[in-house]
Each structure stands twice: as structure tokens, then as C-alpha cells.
Write a protein that binds this ligand. Sequence first.
Ligand code: GTP
Ligand code: MG
Length: 410
Amino acid sequence: MSGHVGFESLPDQLVNRSIQQGFCFNILCVGETGIGKSTLIDTLFNTNFEDHESSHFYPHVRLKAQTYELHESNVRLKLTIVNTVGFGDQINKEERYVYQPVVDYIDAQFEAYLQEELKIKRSLFNYHDSRIHVCLYFISPTGHSLKTLDLLTMKTLDSKVNIIPVIAKADAISKAELQKFKIKLMSELVSNGVQIYQFPTDDETIAKINASMNGHLPFAVVGSMDEVKVGNKMVKARQYPWGVVQVENENHCDFVKLREMLICTNMEDLREQTHTRHYELYRRCKLEEMGFTDVGPENKPLSLQETYEAKRHEFYGERQRKEEEMKQMFVQRVKEKEAILKEAERELQAKFEHLKRVHQEERMKLEEKRRLLEEEIITFSKKKATSEIYQNQSYMASGSNLKKDKDRKK
Ligand code: GTP
Ligand code: MG
């Protein structure tokens, strides 16, 4: 085998294409109001992203996304920062007010990507991927243990997003306490089965540094955009009456470690893990929910076409069953209605018969009364006639007596 073919330039071609296309990275900041989210993001990207203070009085958590175009040399980065506004402020600690909005937001971005993927005409090449690549989880520097809210939230999110926990405002905790606090936090996360993001150790060029950084988790960070003169250099720091906390001094905090790990070394792995692990899980569950599966009965591999046909068959069967059920229900209803109508008819008929009988009886009673009356009238008429005859006879008799008296007087 001899002669130069040229495919050794493939990595360069890939780099060129990626540079042309630009990169996108989406960070979700979860943490209580005022814990230092915006300051840390500003410090990480050395930019003043405009973000206003949030109120402590929101009834539920809201997610606010802002996208920025950043440039470094000839590399373009589309950076989206998603903030949890009002996190931890609710009196009502029901999950739907507290962390459900965060879960819903992450799922909504997966869903949007899945919908694009399932389209006939896809445009994934210039699609604005809004899936969350990393969740920076801000823990209060209490020195105690994790709050229930933090545990529950991280436990719920760990299968959906790469979580990097950070101890915020780490200048508020002493060095000795910080070490104990870190150990305690990690043991709590482990004992509660919370899976945080582990920097990958499979690529030998970065395996060593990543392995050692995994031992420093959670990073204790300090954020500040203020510049303070230390020696003859201006450095990002927080100045206090008793001294200066330098953000980029590894003896003071883990800010540099976080920046190195998040931006310089593992940004691509975070993007990859999001696609291959978290999105894959969401996609699988969603498609299974919709009835798609890779294997049929008896573990036989099933193509999409076969699944579709089986689903169609199942759907038709179901539809026919439903139709039959509806028909039966209709017949049953008609029968019930008929029975009700028949019963009503029977009742009406009975009522009619009863009324007819009553009417008949009334009529007979009236007939009887009329007959009695007529008899009475006849009797009366007879009596009347007899009395008239008597009257006439007595009148005539009294008339002849008067004549006899007159004749006698004469
Ligand atoms: P909301 O967006 O309103 O929820 O606040 P936030 O979490 O973005 O906090 P922000 O960055 O606005 O910081 C709130 C306050 O904390 C500001 O006064 C910051 O100066 C201060 N702060 C930020 N980071 C640190 C830090 O590392 N240490 C200390 N001590 N204070 C900090
Ligand atoms: Mg903020």
C-alpha cells in the first residue's frame, strides 16, 4: 500500500464544517433567588449579560430563557441561559409549584426536537436546538446538609439532564468547613441515589484531569465581575474589609476548575450525553407510549412498517369493536325506550278504562235518578188529576146546595 489518498484531511473537513455551522450550548441554572446565578454566568463567559433581580414573591417557579451570540476567535457560540425564576421561594412546597415547571421545561425542549425529527420535511441542520446540555445546580453554602428541596429536585432531574452541582458564594464558608461540607454533600447524593454528571474518563487525553476533577465535586464557586488590583495585575475578585477573594485563584475557590471542565474540556461531551443519553431516554419512552416497539411477540424484531401495520390492524379491530358496542348500546336503548313507552301506554289505557267505568256508573246512576223522577212526576200527575176531579165534584156539589137553599127561601 503506497501513495497518498487524502482522507487524513477528514478531521480538518469536520472542523471546518463545524466552525462554519457554529455551536450551540444551553445551560440551565437552578438555584434560589439571589444565590449568585447571574453573577457566575457573567463571570464564566466574561460578559455582562443583562439580567434583572427577581422578586421573592412568585406563586410558582417560572423559567426564563435568553439566547446570546458569542464569538471567540472565529468560533461562534449560540449560548442559551435558562434561569429558574422564584425557585425555592414558594410557601406551598407542592411539587407542581416547586420543581415540576423545571421538569416540564426540559421535556418540552426534548419534545420540540422529537417533533422536528418526526417531520417528513426535517430541517435539523439549521434547527435551533434548545435541549438543555447542562444544569448548574446552586447549593447554598450552609455547611450543613442538602435541603429536601435540593435532593428532590436533583433526584427528579438526574435522568433528564447532566447535573453539575456547585456550592454558591463559597467565600461564605471557611476552608476547613468547605471540605467537610463537600464530603457530606457527596455522600448524601450517593446515599439518595442522585446521579450527577461525571466528567468522562474514556478519552485518554483528558482521562487524568477529568478523573481528578470528579474528586473535587461539587465545585465551590465565587462569582464577580469586579476587578481589583492584586500586585500589579487587575483580577476578578470580591473585596472585603479583611481581604480579597480572587475568583480565578484556585486557592480561593474552584471557579477555574468549573470553567475548565464546563467550557474548555467537556462542553462537547455534555452536548453528546444530552443527545445520546437523556434525549434517547425521552424519545424511547415517548415512542413506547405511542405504541411503537422494536420487538414483537416472541422477541421477533419488528420494523417501523410492521409496527405501523400492526397498530393499524389493532386500531381497526378496536374501531369495529367500538362500533359493535355502540350498535348494541343503541338497540338496548331503543328497547328500553320502547318498554317505557309501552308501560306508559298501558298506564294510559288503564286510566282510560277506569274513567270509562266511572263514567258508565255515573250514567247509570243518572238514568236511575231520571227514572225515579219520571215515576215521581207520573205519580204526581195522577195525584194532581185525582185531586182536580175531587175539587170539581165538591164544587158542583156545593153549587146545587146553594140553589136548594135559595129556592127554600123564596
Ligand atoms: P436572581 O436572578 O434574582 O434569582 O439572583 P441570582 O441568583 O442571579 O443572583 P445574583 O447573581 O444577582 O447575585 C445576588 C447577590 O449576590 C449580588 O449582590 C451579588 O453580588 C452577590 N453574589 C453573587 N455571587 C456571589 C459570591 O460568589 N459570593 C458572594 N458573597 N456574593 C455573591
Ligand atoms: Mg439572576
